[in-house]
Design a binder for this molecule. Structure first.
Ligand code: KG4
Ligand code: ZN
Length: 345
């Protein structure tokens, strides 16, 4: 089974071809990050227009790189949500049009399911069941995963997502969008122990998260240093370090709790924030003590990409998913609404 995957939910145009026998055959990404950086965040209308410009050339590129003729495709998978509606519409309508012209079935894929399954593209993929921590710009969720589409929400953020908190903290420090990698880089120069930020909601039972208080704490600390005239590079680096430590510690504490409560030993982390080096290190240390195993994707497959959509689409195709001929674009789409399918092969 060979599937062309198309991702256009936000500010990255990702296209890939995945074959269930031969693996990932081609993968191309165009990031709009530079264009949006000027505005301090994603401008939806500009994102949609750029997807229109880049999508078809990228499809040509991956079809050629993977030596795939349209006759060899078993399906086209596209991100049907959640995401920016205009951006989603571009991928959805191009996928649907190509499917119609090439007489190939077309499947809508859930963006977060794509993220969740991305570590399956690596060597030694995790077996079901496992606990997954999904940490992206829009989601922070702990999920028990028993199979494709068998997702039980264990806990999620009551307000900001972890990636969103990184992006907002970065803005306060005058760093460009996206903030996560920039905070991580600046934190390298920070002094450990100068500030200690709170670990929200870790002092009570449960697997819920809240990052908005941490954001306020970061703002207050930044303002205090500004008033004192000490918000120099070192001051900013010290704040970045304290902020990153607090987010990473909070995520680690909740992951440990989720493993202990579920009795599972496998932990999968996915989504943009799972590229964070400190998070990976802390989770590795925690999971060793729990005698479990940690799984994650290579950094370029943690953030948005076409490979995860091609892979998820292929699994859903093999499990028998068939879509109607409508163009689906759902800005909001809870994962709990996904059909449980058990993939063969
Ligand atoms: O999964 P993703 O590419 O898009 C969404 O589905 O939201 O995640 C993007 C988010 C951004 O908030 C970005 O700041 C964050 O992931 N991110 C990171 C790192 N790389 C990306 N956060 C912390 N550390 C990183 N290394
Ligand atoms: Zn994403």
């Amino acid at each position: 089974m060979r599937v062309l995957g198309i991702e256009t939910s936000c500010d990255e145009t990702g296209v890939a071809v995945y074959d269930n026998q031969r693996g990932l055959l081609a993968d191309a990404l165009y990031s709009q990050v530079e264009m949006h950086a000027e505005y301090g965040g994603v401008v939806p209308e500009l994102a949609s227009r750029d997807h229109i410009r880049k999508l078809v050339p990228l499809i040509r590129q991956v079809m050629s790189e993977s030596n795939t003729d349209k006759e060899q495709l078993d399906a086209i998978a596209y991100t049907a949500g959640p995401g920016l509606v205009g951006a989603l519409m571009v991928g959805a309508s191009v996928a649907r049009s190509l499917g119609f012209a090439w007489k190939v079935p077309v499947l809508g894929v859930h963006h977060m399911e794509g993220h969740l399954l991305a570590p399956m593209l690596e060597e030694n993929p995790p077996e079901f069941p496992f606990v997954a921590l999904l940490v992206s710009g829009g989601h922070t969720q702990l999920i028990r995963v028993d199979g494709i589409g068998c997702y039980q929400m264990l806990g999620e953020s009551l307000d900001d997502a972890a990636g969103e908190a990184f992006d907002k903290a970065a803005k306060m420090l005058g760093l460009d969008y996206p903030g996560g990698p920039r905070i991580a880089a600046l934190a390298e120069k920070g002094t450990s122990g100068r500030f200690r930020f709170p670990r929200p909601m870790t002092d009570r039972p449960g697997l819920e998260f809240s990052f908005s208080g941490l954001k306020t704490y970061t703002l207050n600390t930044t303002e205090k240093l500004r008033e004192e005239g000490t918000l120099d590079q070192q001051g900013k680096a010290d704040i970045a370090l304290a902020f990153q430590e607090a987010v990473v510690d909070t995520l680690t504490i909740k992951c440990k709790r989720a493993l202990q409560q579920s009795g599972l030993k496998r932990l999968v982390i996915a989504g943009g924030v799972s590229a964070n080096r400190l998070l990976r290190e802390r989770l590795e240390t925690m999971i060793k003590k729990e005698r479990g195993i940690l799984f994650y994707a290579r950094p370029e497959f943690c953030t948005d990409n076409g490979a995860m959509i091609a892979y998820a689409g292929c699994q859903r195709l093999m499990a028998g998913q068939q879509d109607d001929l409508c163009i689906h674009a759902r800005p909001r789409w809870p994962m709990s609404e996904l059909d449980a399918l058990s993939a063969k092969g």
